[in-house]
Ligand binder design. Sequence first.
Ligand SMILES: Nc1nc2c(c(=O)[nH]1)N[C@H]1C(S)=C(S)[C@@H](COP(=O)(O)OP(=O)(O)OC[C@H]3O[C@@H](n4cnc5c(N)ncnc54)[C@H](O)[C@@H]3O)O[C@H]1N2
Ligand code: MOO
Length: 653
Amino acid sequence: MKRNVYLNMKSIEAARQIMFDQFPGADESGAEDIDSVDALGRILAEPAVAALSAPNYHAAAMDGIALDAKLSFGASDDEPKILVSGKDAFWINTGHVMPEGTNAVIMIEHLNVIDSVKNGSSNGSSIEINSPAFPWQNVRKMGEDIVATELIFPRGHKITSYSLGALIAGGVFRVSVKKKPKVLIIPTGSELKSWQYANDNGLKPGDVIDSNSWVLGALCVEYGASFESHAIIHDEIEIIMDAVREATLSSYDMVFIIGGSSAGSKDYAKPVIDSLGEVFVHGVTMMPGKPLLFGKVNEKPVFGIPGYPVSAVVAFEQFAGPLLLKMHGLNPAAKQRETIDVVPARKIASKLGVEEFLRVKIGSVDGRFMASQLPRGAGSITTLTEADGIIRIPPHVEGIAEKEIVKAELIRPLAAIEDTVVITGSHDNTLDLLADQICRTRPGVTISSSHVGSMGGLMAIRKKTCHVAGSHLLDPEDGSYNISYIKKYLPGERVWLVNLVMREQGLIVAGGNPEKIKGLDDLKKKELVFINRQGGAGTRVLLDYKLKELGMTPADIRGYENEEYTHMSVAVAVLSGRADAGMGIYAAAKALSLDFIPVFTESYDLVIPDRFFHTEKIQVLLETIKTNDFKKRVGELGGYGTETTGEAILLES
Ligand SMILES: Nc1nc2c(c(=O)[nH]1)N[C@H]1C(S)=C(S)[C@@H](COP(=O)(O)OP(=O)(O)OC[C@H]3O[C@@H](n4cnc5c(N)ncnc54)[C@H](O)[C@@H]3O)O[C@H]1N2
Ligand code: MOO
């Protein structure tokens, strides 16, 4: 099988130019007539002209009396005027037709009814007024809002919820709108399974759930198009070819082939488009999304969308999406996101020659928007779901220095970013629980946490890039937690130390504990293999402290020098049989159904600078951790104590 090579990578701008040039008439797609009430989000193909006026009569705008304003002229406190109800003045309610001969309304609050109950409409009641009315006061004149025959909206207007009100009030009950472009999405790949299949059968190694069809379908809808999904097609070129041929000959306006766009031996998108039509672009200098393919078959645009989920999204948002907008009669830039100035929390490297779409979390700390980079992997959809924004690094730029101000496109609203508590440091599952629980205390307040270890958290406080650090640093000198580290690394900072939980650290061993391990002492047995954590990890510091207490040395333990970087990878080492025991937290053992032998209870604390401590969102966070609900849920996780949860001390170092 011949492999594809990207002979001619194009810049985003050049590739887009080719795309729009190839479909100059894209915006001349047809129109259809529909009921106005069904037209939300649609684009007017013809102007909407009012058939009725609104209001279509002179209407009282207030409750009171209607009169000819002339009768009230000259009225004052000293010389009030008396009107006779039924003759000079007529009781009227808001919205009612103004009686013949009247042109003003005086509000009921400004009337003094002399010889009858207020609101009564009996003839002969006298009403005193002590200020004049001016003509048309408190009257909504006929056509005040909309005049029949006037233009309500020009063609190209996108119908909003407000627009529906104007159309219906103006008597426009049917509208001519642009037809929605219709997309056929074809997922390809022998590894792909539908979610329904996964639901019924589970997944085997090598199976991948087709999630892209759903993401791209939803994006089509967001961009005003409709879509249908083809059944998954295995890596068989003839079948993919048939599907594309058939789609381009039927009513679809655009076709996506997902997957198989790059250089693999089973990557068929290019040969398919090539043999049915013409390929214009294969390869764009952007990342993710580099292998994007674009061509024409039977006069219809066909895209080869890269299979990695983030690549697929970028390919859509940079190419297929803007073309859909144009087909729908909209400006292709209509979906451009707002940008803000952000400061990277650390320097960011970037590859020369490609435009990188870097997903970042953004936090508002000390009046600056700090951006922390999320993992770059195009295979991780969570790098988009976790992101607050996207920093685009142009092809000629090699990276961004720490604290260099750059633009970020916003994915989440700014107000939500302002309401986010940024927590950096050691990870613990109770932080996830807190993130879920906090919106019960105050909807809108959210937590964004990144995991860089306890020391990383303290450094983030020092660099002013977070509000809260999660930390469990044991001082082996005296067995205290965090305090001596704060004194050493945050000199001059007033910080609060708040206990989140007490957490059990222990030995993670195989299910059923076949080696009958009871504690650290047992690790002296030469037939047992240990798996350690990396130097500097809180858990490693703890192990060394306990070993010293027990009078043991590293030489006593086989495997002491083998290191892993997370609790979970220690648990995986035990599960795979590579080690008999490792130190870690209960949650990691539980996640893989391993056994756990408690060794020590440590303090997992939140470090919060005093200048943030009294802010509303931090108070909401503190309130949340003190709730019984939160403590109960922590208890249910197992391996935690909450007796001291929420206890806070102020440290001035
Ligand atoms: N030798 C090279 N290999 C690759 C290159 C390259 O330049 N040279 N480019 C890489 C880049 S960049 C990308 S992006 C990917 C895109 O490859 P394909 O479009 O050919 O996609 P597949 O290989 O079919 O799939 C990649 C990945 O995505 C999963 N996938 C596919 N379809 C779906 C779907 N509908 N829903 C969810 N996930 C899907 C698929 O299982 C793979 O894991 O190529 C690199 N390779
Ligand atoms: O360009 Mo690929 O799209 O990096 O993942």
